[in-house]
Design a protein around this ligand. Structure first.
Ligand code: SF4
Length: 188
């Protein structure tokens, strides 16, 4: 795994399309128990070279009920976005992850996991890539138990998603306790 991560961190396959250049952000270990598959790092993550060190990450850790030390230990959590580099912005938000990235790298990484980890699929991009269905994010999350024990589907924890959170209050009352229980089981 170490050699592969070194190779990925030197990757510049889609550099011509990346407004701030290539800076692959990824963390994984053969012992990873849980995989966080999200979209792509934002501008803050690109600048800091750290994923989830922002309000979205704070909320994600609250949902998972873990502290930063537990979260950033790759033997616990692999951080595996669908695109490892910041893809740039559109008028409405961040661009989608670069399409070259996941097909090029994900299987090489996931083949090295030894513990049959739980994949937490955060947001539509990772869910569409891994589940290969045409359902909406809301309908997937309403039926989240159907994807267990291999996958757990979540919305993106970004504060800009507050409209979805307010409209779907059942998410925090019905889904989060089950998520926290799954995380506890995997980390024990
Ligand atoms: S997004 Fe992925 S494929 Fe593209 S340069 Fe970064 S690491 Fe390489």
């Amino acid at each position: 795994m170490k050699g592969l991560l070194t190779e990925i961190r030197k990757c510049s396959v889609c550099k011509p399309f990346l407004p701030l250049g290539a800076n692959p952000i990824i963390s994984a270990s053969p012992q990873s128990k849980i995989v966080l598959a999200s979209q792509a790092p934002g501008k803050i993550a690109h600048r800091k070279s750290i994923a989830w060190d922002d309000p979205s990450g704070k909320r994600l850790r609250e949902w998972l009920d873990v502290d930063e030390k537990t979260f950033y230990n790759p033997d616990n959590f692999a951080i595996l976005p669908l695109g490892f580099c910041f893809p740039g912005k559109s008028k409405t938000g961040d661009l989608p992850p670069r399409p070259e990235c996941a097909p090029l790298w994900h299987k090489k990484i996931t083949d090295r996991f030894k513990n049959d980890p739980l994949y937490i699929l955060i947001g539509n991009h990772s869910q569409t890539y891994y589940l290969r269905d045409k359902l909406t994010l809301t309908s997937r999350i309403q039926n989240f138990t159907e994807y267990l024990p291999h996958y757990f589907v979540l919305p993106h924890p970004s504060p800009v998603n507050h409209f979805w959170m307010n409209k779907n209050k059942w998410f925090e009352t019905d889904v989060i306790p089950v998520l926290q229980n799954e995380i506890k089981k995997r980390l024990k």
